[in-house]
Design a protein around this ligand. Structure first.
Ligand code: NIG
Ligand code: FE
Length: 416
């Protein structure tokens, strides 16, 4: 039986042109005030003015779901997370509050490698169970699809363990997980001082294996001083391309490596972070097909300056927003908090932030044709929020607002 959703104060359809939204489309929400959404099985059959949707033969006899005067929109698409880990990094947190930097902490044995120790000591079943719990937290905050990176295993078996946990959780649902192999997240202790050998291992052994088991869609690396450089980026992109993996890059995060320019040349689907971009980087980004995926929750948590979102948007770049959920730099899975930070700290408008958190997040995952907007033929992933006006989603921060969430046509979360 079809489902007909009525009585929303606003339906944000996000309907618009194909391709990542930028320039004049950067804040177009496609708001309907007397709208309806018709769903059959896992797909949207129609979304538009109520009078038009009601003419669809499937609307007759459909089950009615009332949005009760609230905002209805596509579920958030969170295009950058590192969600498979064992424990929070409370020592790192406390050291940083005492004045240490992310780099100081990593040099002293904390940082990514401390999470690697936890993952290496964990069973796949426990990682899977932990991720399943976190998946429900994402869903309850209105996120229906995430990208998830490995990168806390750093050897073949442990990276496979992380990716298999993602596959198991995504397969069971309701949260859909698009996996990224981030083998080059840090040089593991057994390769200390032998970065090039590790990169060779990543390219020659790990990428082909991950791809042959179809465990990832993307390959990524942490292109940063003390981690991996532009040569490594080129090698990993080439090995990924050969194995059929698309490219994402942690680019210009803590320092400017010129990794954005290189990522554009390599046709990256997204370049993420971009805290240290400069004006000269912007024209090439604006004419590229690469999405600038900003993760300002990590700036908030590390107490660092924000990426220049306004400059990026105004120069014509397609901007996505994501949480970067991870134990080191952003232990926040709530996209509404990220939308709030984007507005208050980076001066994005609520409409721009919501475009970035939905349809442009989908484009940052290569899923723009099926996810991220309420249009006929797309997957029925929706979230209904306790708000009458979409600007409230950025305005009320720090308090849950989700009323219900639908994934593939089924209501999978309801606020109590
Ligand atoms: O996106 N930059 C590298 N990776 C993560 C941090 C991972 C960690 O500290 O555990 C990030 O900020
Ligand atoms: Fe990250």
């Amino acid at each position: 039986m079809a489902t007909l959703i009525l009585n929303a104060s606003e339906i944000l359809t996000l309907a618009g042109p194909d391709g990542p939204r930028a320039g004049p489309d950067k804040g177009t929400l496609g708001v309907l005030r007397d709208g309806a959404v018709l769903i059959e099985k896992d797909r949207i059959v129609a979304a538009g003015p109520k009078a038009v949707v009601l003419t669809n033969p499937l609307a007759k006899g459909a089950k009615i779901l009332s949005a009760e005067g609230r905002v209805l929109m596509p579920g958030f698409v969170d295009a950058h997370t590192h969600p498979v880990f064992v424990a929070p990094r409370l020592e790192d947190f406390q050291s940083r509050l005492a004045g240490k930097t992310y780099a100081d902490i990593a040099a002293a044995g904390g940082g990514i490698l401390s999470t690697v120790n936890g993952v290496r000591g964990a069973k796949e079943a426990d990682l899977t169970a932990g991720l399943r719990m976190r998946a429900l937290d994402f869903i309850a905050s209105g996120t229906t699809t995430i990208e998830a990176k490995s990168g806390y295993g750093l050897d073949l078996d442990n990276e496979l363990k992380l990716l298999r946990a993602m596959r198991a959780v995504s397969g069971r649902g309701p949260l859909e997980i698009v996996a990224t192999f981030l083998g080059a997240h840090a040089v593991p202790p057994e390769y200390k001082g032998r970065k090039d050998d590790f990169v060779e291992r990543v390219c020659e052994t790990m990428i082909p294996r991950v791809a042959s088991e179809k465990l990832a869609t993307f390959v990524d690396l942490f292109c940063e001083k003390g981690y991996f450089d532009l040569d490594d980026l080129r090698k990993i992109a080439a090995a990924g391309a050969k194995a059929g993996l698309k490219l994402k890059v942690h680019a210009e995060q803590l320092s400017r490596m010129e990794s954005l320019g290189e990522a554009l040349k390599l046709g990256a689907v997204s370049a993420d972070h971009l805290d240290c971009v400069v004006e000269a980087d912007l024209p090439a980004l604006a004419i590229s097909g690469t999405v600038a995926c900003l993760v300002p929750g990590s700036n908030y948590f590390l107490g660092k300056p924000y990426p220049p979102a306004r400059r990026l948007l105004d120069s014509g770049a397609a901007v996505a927003l994501a949480t970067d959920f991870n134990p080191g730099t952003c232990p926040c899975y709530d996209m509404r908090m990220i939308v709030s930070i984007a507005c208050t700290q980076m001066k994005m408008t609520p409409a721009e932030a919501l475009v970035s958190a939905t349809i442009n997040g989908a484009h940052a995952l290569g899923l723009g044709a099926t996810h991220g907007s309420l249009e006929a033929g797309k997957i029925a992933d929706l979230a209904c929020f306790d708000a009458e006006d979409h600007r409230e989603l950025a305005y009320w921060f720090g308090s849950p607002k989700t009323r219900w969430v639908m994934k593939r046509g089924e209501v999978v979360y309801k606020a109590s």
